[in-house]
Design a protein around this ligand. Structure first.
Ligand SMILES: CC(=O)SCCNC(=O)CCNC(=O)[C@H](O)C(C)(C)COP(=O)(O)OP(=O)(O)OC[C@H]1O[C@@H](n2cnc3c(N)ncnc32)[C@H](O)[C@@H]1OP(=O)(O)O
Ligand SMILES: N[C@@H](CCO)C(=O)O
Length: 369
């Protein structure tokens, strides 16, 4: 008999109150799966919320022997030093890592929601996180930080709860999702819904729409990397065993995309992918609030914006312009731009710059530099 030594992430669960969604619908009996790293101090003023990106989860830092996806900046001596800060990270609603999403059971019939799950927005995700943070006895967050879809949540935090947020750090993101971003998401969704196994989202207990999700992830991976990185890593390398004049010939870059697609199929729900892409499409801090500049005026927190020079999905220019607009109306904001070959996903890789900039910014706020 073999005993599994695989270490598992231990998540906590918070039962949300009925959540009034931006769509006007109400999500009942939903839970948020979350984790914390470090210790909340007596004054409860050292809490930092991390918002994850599209396929992320609550396991941002290391615990229980399982490395986290932001280990490079979370832990003793790092920018998000767990000896000083209390770090919170929750899986978003609509996700598939413990929080309520389309794969969860509908409270009325106990069957998976599938497409009966309501459309959720970035604001809905943030509202759910707000309830969680309040339930921990916290009245103000020292910072809210996140990249990509996580950065969209960061912007909403700054606008929705200005008094609750002392600082905010949006990375590789924008205050309003671009037409190009929506266009990519459209194709990724089409890849999933055109898989015959998708069955209008009713594939639970049947065949999983592997091909659709795999293709969606391949498309995504093109937008998360850069031209130069693909050239440097793969160039025109091809599997030497393949006949280059057959349709099956495999360039290394193709093998890579296939590998990444399969990897996501093993760990992610196809309906969650659809819902989270939709939430990104709907992201617009102006929706229902008025002019851009008027919305920016509502922000009172100190901002550190981090753009990435090779980001194809969220061109750095977008964040830079927003920072300039904030500055023009007297709002405290710093803009830093990463030089990186990695493209959009550099915020999951470039630890030195992230540690230096975020660490310094937070230390400044704490008055320790
Ligand atoms: C913020 C959030 O909440 S998101 C959560 C974190 N995101 C993820 O985990 C998403 C998936 N992961 C990734 O996108 C990446 O691994 C990152 C961004 C975390 C790190 O990027 P990189 O270090 O550049 O990893 P890269 O994109 O090269 O992928 C490496 C993998 O591709 C495989 N690979 C590399 N070249 C090839 C090839 N030619 N053919 C097949 N496979 C290949 C490697 O073996 C490696 O496999 P492994 O992940 O199983 O170890
Ligand atoms: N690589 C990220 C998506 C882009 O930030 C993820 O898988 O969540």
């Amino acid at each position: 008999m073999s005993v599994s030594t695989k270490k598992e992430v231990v998540r906590k669960f918070y039962q949300l109150p009925p959540l009034e969604l931006q769509s006007g619908k109400v999500l009942n009996e939903a839970v948020l799966a979350y984790e914390t790293f470090g210790t909340l101090n007596q004054a409860k003023d050292n809490a930092i919320l991390i918002c994850h990106a599209l396929t992320g989860d609550s396991h941002a830092g290391s615990s229980d022997g399982v490395p986290g996806w932001w280990d490079g900046i979370i832990g003793p001596g790092k920018a998000l030093d767990t000896e000083h800060y209390f770090i919170i990270c929750a899986n978003v609603i609509g996700g598939c890592y413990g929080s309520t999403g389309p794969a969860s059971r509908h409270p009325e019939d106990g069957k998976p929601y599938g497409l009966r799950f309501p459309v959720v927005t970035i604001r809905d995700m943030v509202q759910a996180q707000y309830h969680l943070v309040k339930s921990l006895g916290i009245e103000r967050l020292l910072s809210v930080i996140g990249g990509s879809m996580g950065g969209m949540q960061v912007f909403e935090w700054a606008v929705m709860y200005p008094e609750f947020v002392e600082t905010y750090i949006p990375i590789a993101t924008s205050a309003r999702f671009s037409a190009m971003g929506i266009a990519w998401n459209n194709i990724m969704r089409q890849a999933i819904v055109n898989d015959p196994d998708w069955c209008q989202g009713n594939y639970y207990g049947r065949t999983f729409p592997k091909k659709g999700l795999n293709l969606a992830r391949r498309l995504g991976m093109i937008t998360y990397r850069s031209f130069d990185l693909y050239e440097e890593r793969f160039g025109r390398e091809m599997n030497p065993l393949c006949n280059p004049f057959s349709m099956e010939s495999e360039y290394e870059v193709e093998r890579y995309l296939c590998y990444q697609g399969n990897k996501l199929v093993e760990r992610f729900d196809a309906n969650s992918y659809l819902y989270l892409l939709k939430a990104m499409d709907l992201h617009d801090i102006c929706r229902g609030r008025g002019e851009y500049i008027h919305v920016l005026e509502q922000i009172s927190a100190h901002g550190l914006f981090i753009g990435i020079d090779t980001d194809f999905l969220f061109p750095a220019q977008e964040l830079k312009q927003t920072a300039e607009q904030l500055k023009s109306i007297g709002k405290p904001v710093q803009y830093r731009e990463m030089k990186s070959i990695y493209g959009h996903d550099a915020f999951l890789i470039e630890w030195d710059m992230m540690n230096e900039w975020i660490g310094h910014f937070l230390s400044e706020r704490r008055g320790t530099v």
